[in-house]
Design a binder for this molecule. Structure first.
Ligand code: G
Ligand code: G
Ligand code: MN
Length: 535
């Protein structure tokens, strides 16, 4: 259950880790290119309206100059003045005089009247426009003629659209925003939809997306003039594709890295406990026994069962899996395995040494579990041995788990099983705490034994621990004894038992039994013949 939920979680996190950066990058790309296209289209509309404004200013200047001129219309001086205006106004093709529907003279030097026919548009204040007129004097190109107050201006409105758009897909139009549809258009290029001829407050621009186009409308700072520019949105999609092509690989890489990390972490967290559970079922755990010697006689009087894991032929030591097993709760499986092996092995040991004491380790989790007491009862029953042949060890940390563990220790003691505090001195148990626990043995941690015979400050601690053990009436077992100096010191200090490489490393059941058999032979040999004297 926990495992599949964990894998599901890892999957979901992985998928999210891949999807999120991609979606975010596409969204960013979209936003970025829409913003970019909008500003581009807006700049075309602004440029167009600026040119339109310039044309209007040049026209206004020419109208006023010619209409208010005191010169006789179409006199040599009048034509000369019109030519000067024409040259000074780049957007004006020609300046002329109009009478009725005929151009009477122009800055281009025409002398005969040119009939224009009826005007295309009649505007207020007597102004008239001829649009798309093809005259010989304009080289046959379509031209607009705007007339007012007897003055005619020949204009090519296309010049207003002459903005450099870099591509031909941009549609542009210059128009009078307040005129009715029939008369509002000044010039256009490309397809402009009627609904895009919007109005906007003077000097502003509005931008919108409509029917697959990015559209921008710019209104001149003053006067009735506006420009619209439109560009197909395919530019945006192209941009998005460009950016996405760049972002997606980065997103995928980030996502994969994240997903990989999540998978790795969850594997690390999930797999060891589940592998340990399988190992417990497959009986891959086995025991080694480290003898406990009586320091006075050197005889093996007991042993501590130490678990090992045969993981596919490789022997794994408990330091590398007990912490993970404790954290995940799998330790209770392992404790059960250990208990069952001890129960199975012990009768053979006791046939050789009936007073032997076998110790096994309990974890903090075992001390909180009511199952532990049942396990110990079963062990006693299954092995058919006396409870006094058993001891359990637990660390200070394990004992300090609250009232449940205190209750359990009491129950274990009442079964007749011994209880020892392991690694003593490395935890934080107070004297008061130790007094309330129904312990009968104390194991002096190897780190203190190591200080014996050195002049380090901690060397002073060992006598205190031993003194404490004596005053609490506890049996004492020193761990990790490696030298005769240490053994001698402990012996003289009144510590009765010891474990360590000086006496024996952890060994197999077979070696333990052989050792005990040899010891019994020595015991039974006539006095004076053995090398070790039994008391
Ligand atoms: O000798 P060894 O390296 O195996 O011991 C390492 C530590 O692992 C010991 O200090 C002991 O406390 C712990 N240990 C060994 N066997 C068991 C076991 O069966 N259960 C628990 N909880 N701890 C064990
Ligand atoms: O459960 P406990 O902390 O008692 O386990 C003892 C641990 O110390 C085991 O890992 C065991 O192999 C190891 N050990 C036992 N005797 C000695 C010793 O004399 N020297 C050293 N270095 N390690 C020892
Ligand atoms: Mn131990």
């Amino acid at each position: 259950m926990r495992q599949s939920a964990g894998i599901g979680l890892a999957f979901a996190a992985g998928a999210a880790a891949i999807a999120a950066p991609i979606l975010i990058s596409i969204r960013l790309a979209w936003r970025q290119s829409v913003t970019y296209e909008e500003s581009r289209v807006t700049s075309y509309a602004r440029d167009t309206v600026r040119r339109g404004n310039e044309i209007g200013a040049q026209m206004e200047h020419a109208y006023t100059a010619v209409a208010q001129s005191p010169l006789k219309p179409c006199s040599a001086a009048d034509v000369d003045q019109m030519r000067q205006l024409d040259v000074a106004s780049p957007y004006l093709q020609a300046v002329g005089r109009i009478s009725g529907d005929s151009l009477t003279c122009t800055s281009l030097g025409t002398t005969k009247p040119i009939p224009l026919g009826p005007a295309t548009v009649q505007i207020d204040r007597g102004a008239r426009n001829w649009l798309d007129k093809r005259l010989p004097l304009s080289g046959g190109h379509p031209i607009a003629i705007m007339a007012r107050d007897g003055v005619a201006l020949l204009v090519n409105p296309e010049l207003a659209l002459d903005t450099n758009t870099g591509n031909t897909d941009v549609a542009l139009a210059l128009y009078f925003p307040t005129e009715p549809p029939a008369t509002r258009l000044i010039a256009s290029r490309g397809t402009i939809r009627p609904e895009w001829y919007r109005d906007a407050p003077h000097g502003t621009t509005t931008t919108f997306i409509d029917g697959g186009y990015v559209v921008s409308v710019a209104r001149a700072p003053h006067g009735d003039l506006a420009a619209v520019a439109a560009e197909p949105q395919t530019y945006v999609t192209q941009q998005v594709r460009h950016v996405a092509l760049l972002f997606i690989p980065v997103g995928v890489l980030c996502g994969l890295a994240l997903a990989g990390t999540v998978a790795y972490v969850s594997r690390m967290r999930l797999s060891l406990p589940s592998v340990l559970r399988v190992a417990a079922r497959r009986r891959e755990f086995f025991l080694e026994y480290q003898p406990v010697v009586d320091l006075a006689t050197g005889r093996w009087v007991g042993a501590e069962a130490l678990v090992r894991w045969n993981s596919g032929g490789q022997i794994v030591r408990p330091d590398s899996f007990i912490p993970a097993a404790e954290e995940s709760g799998v330790i209770t499986f392992i404790t059960r395995c250990v208990g069952e092996i001890v129960a199975a092995d012990l009768p053979a040991v006791l046939r050789i040494a009936p007073d032997f004491r076998m110790a096994m380790n309990l974890s903090a989790a075992d001390l909180r579990s009511s199952v532990t007491l049942d396990l110990l009862r079963q062990m006693v029953r299954a092995s058919g041995v006396e409870p006094e042949n058993f001891t359990v060890e637990a660390t200070e940390h394990g004992f300090l788990q609250g009232e449940d563990s205190q209750q359990l220790i009491g129950d274990i003691r009442r079964l007749g099983i011994g209880v020892a505090i392991d690694d003593f001195g490395t935890g934080y148990s107070s004297l008061a705490c130790l007094q309330t626990l129904e312990l009968n043995a104390l194991k002096i941690d190897k780190s203190f034994v190591d200080t014996i015979g050195t002049d380090g400050a901690t060397a002073q601690v060992v006598p205190h621990i031993i003194h404490m053990g004596h005053s609490l009436g506890l049996e004492m077992i020193a761990e990790g004894v490696e030298t005769e100096t240490q053994a001698e010191f402990l012996r003289r200090s009144g510590v009765r038992f010891a474990q360590g490489w000086l006496f024996s490393k952890p060994i197999s059941l077979r070696d333990l039994c052989d050792g005990l058999a040899a010891q019994r032979e020595r015991d039974e040999a006539p006095a004076g013949m053995g090398t070790v004297s039994a008391v």
